[in-house]
Design a protein. Structure first.
Length: 188
């Protein structure tokens, strides 16, 4: 099998602060990285994430439109830029079944819980409320069913008695930053 020397081109979709984007970008600059961040698309204008990507001269687009328009434009950009993998990183919209089917490349997501537990929102509060001993995060393939695709990588963190949803989210975010680049490298 031929071994490619080319790094895979990644598109990141986000809606907000973009700490996972920053972290993927930082990793992409290391020797071990099999990818480059080539394109960033936000569904909102002037998010911290998009300001960061612009500052790094990454091709950046804010598509603050209804979802069908967002998907139409994104698919066009993905194809025009020859993107290999889409990474969702704090992307707060649900991609349609049609988008997932039309997109012939892998789409992956980072979710702040130990899936299959706590799909959707408020994962930290739900884990604390249920007196779970562990929480964590999961990188998984995206399918048309919310937070249900094949798991690529997971990492646990211990929930302490004194943890609140806020302190737990900070601890989980740290491990998100550890595993997302590793999971992405794995599929590149
Ligand atoms: C992360 O907790 C991620 O797991 C979830 O949304 C948050 C995004 O954070 N999907 P950031 O925008 O990457 O800082």
């Amino acid at each position: 099998m031929a071994i490619s020397n080319f790094k895979k081109k990644i598109a990141v979709f986000l809606s907000g602060r973009g700490s996972n984007l920053k972290n993927l970008y930082k990793f992409s600059k290391t020797k071990s990285s099999k990818f480059t961040i080539h394109l960033v698309i936000s569904n909102k204008k002037d998010t911290k994430g998009i300001l960061f990507s612009k500052s790094k001269k990454i091709k950046s687009y804010s598509i603050d439109k209804k979802m069908s328009e967002f998907e139409r434009k994104s698919l066009f950009l993905i194809s025009r830029e020859n993107i290999d993998v889409i990474c969702l990183a704090g992307f707060m919209r649900i991609l349609s079944k049609t988008f997932v089917q039309k997109c012939k490349i892998p789409i992956i997501n980072i979710h702040p819980s130990l899936l299959p537990k706590y799909k959707g929102l408020k994962t930290h509060a739900r884990a604390i409320e249920n007196k779970d001993v562990y929480s964590g995060c999961t990188v998984h393939h995206v399918t048309s069913k919310l937070d249900s695709g094949t798991i690529i990588l997971q990492k646990k963190v211990k929930i302490l008695k004194k943890d609140t949803a806020t302190t737990l989210s900070k601890k989980v975010l740290k491990v998100e930053h550890q595993i997302y680049p590793i999971a992405l490298n794995k599929i590149c």
